[in-house]
Design a protein around this ligand. Structure first.
Ligand code: ZN
Length: 104
């Protein structure tokens, strides 16, 4: 199954980590994350939004499913690749955090 994010999929955290080692030898700082859409591992060079540490993937996936595909993909990008706090109004952040069961 292809991922709606369009990113390269790794079946295991270990295989993603090897790809990251190669990227870091070229001077790029990366990290791996488990994708809530396809359950594979992806790599990104974007920093992790602070709140994403505390999100449980199933709760996030439910939220994104409810929002609809187009909005979900936009939020997906915010959650995993942008600074959440900078991208959304405080009120919106709190609504999302409440929905996914994270204490703000
Ligand atoms: Zn994915």
């Amino acid at each position: 199954m292809n991922c709606p994010s369009g990113k390269v999929q790794f079946r295991t955290r270990e295989s993603a980590a090897s790809a990251i080692e190669r990227a870091e030898r070229r001077g790029t700082t990366c990290r791996v994350y488990r994708c809530p859409f396809c359950s594979a591992w992806h790599m990104t060079s974007k920093p992790l939004a602070a709140f994403a540490h505390r999100l449980r993937a199933p709760a996030l996936k439910r939220l994104l499913d409810d929002l609809g595909r187009r909005i979900a993909l936009e939020l997906f990008d915010v959650v995993f690749t942008e600074a959440f706090e900078e991208a959304l109004e405080r009120r919106t952040q709190q609504a999302i955090l409440k929905l996914v069961g994270v204490k703000a």
